[in-house]
Design a protein around this ligand. Structure first.
Ligand code: TA6
Length: 300
């Protein structure tokens, strides 16, 4: 669908319109009494969520590349139907297929509370079945209100069960990475991907003073990013997830990433709501599984 058709079919006067980040890459622009937001139709990728009177919760690189087959650096990448490297075939794309293809807009609506709800969908195709030979329907419901609510729903539309791992790989905007703490993970076991994938136990809050890439298990439903430099907390609430990833590339890794400015590691942190590592989800034929993450900010 082109921009005109998208606006005709899914535009809502005063709250939902479609623009183009670059030719052929529509962006859904949302504004309501609670917040403004933006979602790329490519990859069904939330790139901004800015509550009225507050800073954007999303970090988005100024060097983003909108190109089929490339991930958008920032916002909420959807890692599906596997998190990280493919479990058995390293030739397949890291973090799965969903974040590197176009989705379809399914619906836009204003909720009774005055929030804006946008649903995008992805279904299996000959291309997807080359990488992952199953029939599926994947939907993300994005609700922009006092909170940003993301629900990623996997439906098995085939006749055989399949297993997935997944993550809402969210890049949060922070003021100063060396002052930030992530609370709620004390006592959780984690795989330390920057130290030989050793399994360790988190002692106290997570602080960032070098590259951090940790997959936490058995995590609670609420985590908080404490950001003194921006004088705020970002509260992350999850449903149907007991795995969380905390990642910051720090300077050396940043220098290897062409779509991330070298100094930007100081103003971003990924805290990812996931089903990964030992938390593998089996979806039976005709069944569905819903992963939910909700974000809001509060002043310190
Ligand atoms: O979630 C952390 C991680 O798996 C890191 O290992 C790093 O690779 C990051 O994801 C970004 O991955 P990407 O493929 O988007 O560059």
């Amino acid at each position: 669908m082109d921009i005109q058709q998208l606006n005709q079919q899914f535009g809502i006067e005063g709250s939902v319109s479609f623009t183009e980040e670059r030719a052929g890459f529509p962006i859904i622009e949302i504004t309501n009494e609670f917040a403004t937001a933006a979602i790329s139709v490519y990859a069904a990728h939330v790139i901004s969520y800015k509550p009225v009177g507050a800073e954007d919760l999303m970090y988005l690189s100024e060097d983003v590349v909108y190109k089929v087959g490339t991930g958008v650096r920032g916002g909420v990448p959807i890692c599906w139907p596997w998190f990280g490297p493919h479990p058995t075939d390293s030739s397949k794309p890291s973090h799965g297929v969903a974040r590197k293809t176009f989705w379809e807009v399914a619906s836009t609506e204003t909720t009774p509370e005055g929030a804006t709800r946008v649903v995008l969908k992805l279904t299996d195709s000959p291309e997807s079945r080359e990488k992952w030979d199953y029939s599926f329907e994947l939907a993300i419901a994005v609700t922009i209100g006092k909170t940003l609510n993301l629900e990623l729903i996997t439906r098995n539309t085939g006749d055989k069960p399949f297993e997935i791992t997944q993550a809402l790989h969210t890049y949060f905007k922070i003021g100063a990475v060396d002052q930030v703490k992530v609370t709620g993970l004390d006592g959780c076991a984690y795989i330390d991907k920057v130290d030989g994938a050793q399994v360790k136990t988190q002692a106290g809050d997570v602080a960032i003073a070098s590259e951090v890439d940790r997959v936490y298990s058995d995590v609670p439903a609420e985590l908080t990013i404490v950001d003194p430099a921006l004088n705020r907390n970002i509260v992350i609430t999850s449903k149907n997830s007991t795995t969380a990833i905390v990642w910051n590339p720090w300077i050396e890794k940043s220098k290897t990433m062409g779509d991330l400015p070298n100094e930007d590691y100081k103003q971003m942190i990924c805290v990812e709501t996931a089903n990964a590592a030992k938390e593998i989800i089996t979806v039976e034929p005709g069944s569905e599984f819903s992963l939910v993450a909700q974000y809001h900010s509060e002043s310190l």
